[in-house]
Design a protein around this ligand. Structure first.
Ligand code: GLV
Length: 325
């Protein structure tokens, strides 16, 4: 008998076709997502779930997932799934790393450049017919080239951002709970520093850490005060890594110069003050949103789910300890 798989929300059709070749698929072909109650009800009788970052699998909910063997998240981040609870239940959890690394690094640089060179303000200015003449400091922004970039989190995406920074002749500082191997530091000309040093010395600070208890509110009012008044903060990781209210106030008070944000504390809600400011560039969590990459992520999640259901080790298993549960 084919295993039963719930797909909680619309994904790329190739991935649904792949799943259908090997499983009975309950496909929620909609962008609305399921309410917590619906998610629980539709999960009953399923062995696999292909989920998205908007599906919250709390410990309580996971404990009620009888018979589910795998949760395959269509994202590299997995803070929406209580991994420890899943492991206790013997549920394998997978994510979709690698395929989105460069795409997310590209978006990071897009936000960094847009904030530094005031691209969104410039677009609005031209679009609204305000452009009458060329002046010496019209929409003058800040240089990116030869400046110092501070990267929190030197994982796959942090490294991809550092590679791009080299093309802009930037000095790259980084901080991570674990120092990178010397060979990588040498290859990417990385300078390891402590948190305070990174905040104080960087012209641009970009966040590439996973969301967990040690990174929640990594950047708050105190950290923002340590940054240069000319500094620009970019976040394409997870919203709660920044204290959003503190950042909005700091941008309004010009404690730092600008920000580029793709993620927010309570998506899709955005702090109302951020919506009023000129010195912030906002995007609706599109870090990995190129057509090719989102297709690859959909397929990878399907492959992860099918591997687990066939008794194979999924390529992107996050909790191998769950296998022996
Ligand atoms: C998107 O935010 C992801 O984690 O893949």
């Amino acid at each position: 008998m084919k295993p039963a798989v719930l797909v909680t929300k619309r994904i790329f059709p190739e991935a649904v076709e792949l799943l259908r070749r090997h499983a009975e698929v309950d496909y929620v072909d909609s962008d609305d997502g399921l309410s917590p109650e619906e998610l629980e009800a539709r999960s009953r009788g399923k062995q696999g779930i292909v989920s998205q970052l908007t599906d919250k699998f709390t410990a309580e909910r996971i404990e009620r997932l009888e018979g589910v063997r795998v949760i395959a998240n269509v994202a590299v981040g997995f803070d929406n799934v209580d991994l420890a609870a899943a492991t206790r239940q013997g549920i394998l959890v997978t994510n979709t790393p690698d395929v989105l690394t460069d795409t997310t690094a590209d978006l990071t640089f897009a936000l960094l450049l847009a904030a530094a060179r005031r691209i969104v303000e410039a677009h609005r200015f031209v679009h609204s017919g305000k452009w009458r003449r060329w002046t010496i400091d019209l929409l003058a922004g800040r240089d990116v080239h030869h400046k110092t970039l501070g990267i929190f989190g030197m994982g796959r995406i942090g490294q991809a951002v550092a590679r791009r920074a080299a093309g802009f002749s930037m000095r790259v500082l980084y901080h991570d709970a674990r120092r990178a191997p010397e060979a990588l530091e040498r290859e990417l000309s990385l300078e390891f520093t402590d948190k305070l040093g990174l905040l104080r010395e960087s012209d641009f600070v970009t966040l590439h850490v996973p969301l967990n208890d040690s990174t929640r509110k990594l950047i708050g009012a105190a950290e923002l005060r340590e940054m240069k008044p000319s500094a620009i903060l970019v976040n394409t990781s997870r919203g709660p890594v920044i204290d959003e209210a503190a950042l909005a106030q700091a941008l309004a008070d010009r404690v730092i110069a600008a920000a580029g944000l793709d993620v927010f504390e309570s998506e899709p809600h955005v702090h109302p003050l951020l919506l009023e400011l000129e010195n912030v560039v906002l995007a609706p969590h599109i870090g990995s949103a190129s057509i090719d990459t989102r297709r690859k992520m959909s397929l990878l999640a399907a492959e992860n789910a099918l591997a687990a259901l066939a008794g194979r080790r999924p390529p992107n298993l996050l909790n191998p300890e769950a296998i022996s549960q």
